[in-house]
Design a protein around this ligand. Structure first.
Ligand code: TYD
Length: 226
C-alpha cells in the first residue's frame, strides 16, 4: 500500500493553509486517512530548525547555508513523518516542500544549482510529491493578505523582502509548474476561497482516481503473468 503526497506551493498569502484544511476535511469525509504537515517543520527536529531559520538567525550565513538548514529540516521531516505516513497508505498534504527551496534559496542569479541537486537528492531520498498544487496570486495581493494575517506581529525572514522579490518568486513557481506539467497544477488563488477549494478538490479527486486505475491495471497484469 502506498500513500499519496500532495505539496502546496506558492508565494506569501496565497491561502495554502486554508485550502489544505478544507481539502483534508473533504478527503477525510470520503474515508481517507489524511496527514497535514508543513515546512519548514513538521517533526520535532525540523520545528527546532524552523525557529532558527524564520527568526533570521541564519540569514547572515547566506543562502547556501540557509539551504543546508532547510535540507536538514526536510530530511528529518521526510524520515520521521512523511515516509512512515506514506508507507501506511495515508494521503499527506504538505504546506511547502522542495519547490520552496528551489525558489527561495536558488532562484537568484548565479546560484550553485549542483548544490541544489545534491541537497534535493539527499533530503528527499526518493520521496517526491505525487502532485504539487501551486496557488498563484499576484505578489501585491499576497503581500497584503499576509500583512493582514500578521496583524501587529513583525514580518519573518522572508516576508520582509520587497514586492519585486516576491513577484520574482511567484514567476519562479510558475516556471517550475511549466517545466513539470505532470506533477504540478497551477490554481488561481485570487478568487473566493470556496471557488479555489472546489478546483483543488476536483484536481485531487481526478488524480486519486487515475492512481486507483493504475493500481487495478498493475494487479491485472500481475494476475495474467501468474
Ligand atoms: P511560513 O510562516 O510557514 O509561511 P507561509 O505561510 O508563507 O508558508 O514560513 C515559511 C517561510 O519559509 C516562507 O517564507 C517560505 C520559506 N521557505 C524557504 O525559504 N525555503 C524552503 O525550503 C521552505 C520550505 C520555506
Amino acid at each position: 500500500m502506498t500513500g499519496y503526497l500532495v505539496t502546496f506551493e506558492g508565494g506569501e498569502g496565497g491561502g495554502k493553509s486554508t485550502q489544505i484544511a478544507r481539502l483534508a476535511a473533504y478527503l477525510r469525509n470520503l474515508g481517507h486517512d489524511v496527514l497535514i504537515t508543513r515546512e519548514p517543520g513538521g517533526s520535532p527536529g525540523a520545528e527546532a530548525v524552523r525557529h532558527i531559520i524564520l527568526s533570521g538567525l541564519a540569514e547572515e550565513l547566506g543562502p547556501d547555508w540557509e539551504a543546508v538548514l532547510f535540507a536538514a529540516a526536510r530530511a528529518d521531516h521526510v524520515g520521521q513523518l512523511i515516509r512512515p505516513a506514506l508507507d501506511r497508505g495515508d494521503i499527506v498534504l504538505c504546506d511547502r516542500f522542495h519547490d520552496s527551496t528551489r525558489v527561495y534559496q536558488f532562484a537568484g542569479q548565479g546560484r550553485d544549482l549542483s548544490l541544489l541537486e545534491r541537497l534535493e537528492r539527499a533530503t528527499l531520498a526518493g520521496t517526491y510529491p505525487d502532485l504539487t498544487i501551486v496557488i498563484d496570486v499576484p505578489a501585491e495581493i499576497g503581500g497584503e493578505r499576509a500583512r493582514k494575517r500578521r496583524g501587529n506581529a513583525g514580518a519573518d525572514r522572508f516576508e520582509k523582502d520587497d514586492q519585486s522579490i516576491q513577484e520574482a518568486r511567484r514567476q519562479a513557481f510558475l516556471k517550475i509548474a511549466e517545466n513539470e506539467p505532470e506533477r504540478c497544477v497551477v490554481v488561481d488563488g485570487n478568487r473566493p476561497v470556496e471557488t479555489v477549494a472546489a478546483d483543488i478538490r476536483a484536481i485531487v479527486e481526478d488524480r486519486l482516481e487515475a492512481k486507483r486505475f493504475e493500481a487495478i491495471d498493475r494487479s491485472l497484469k500481475l494476475g495474467q503473468k501468474r
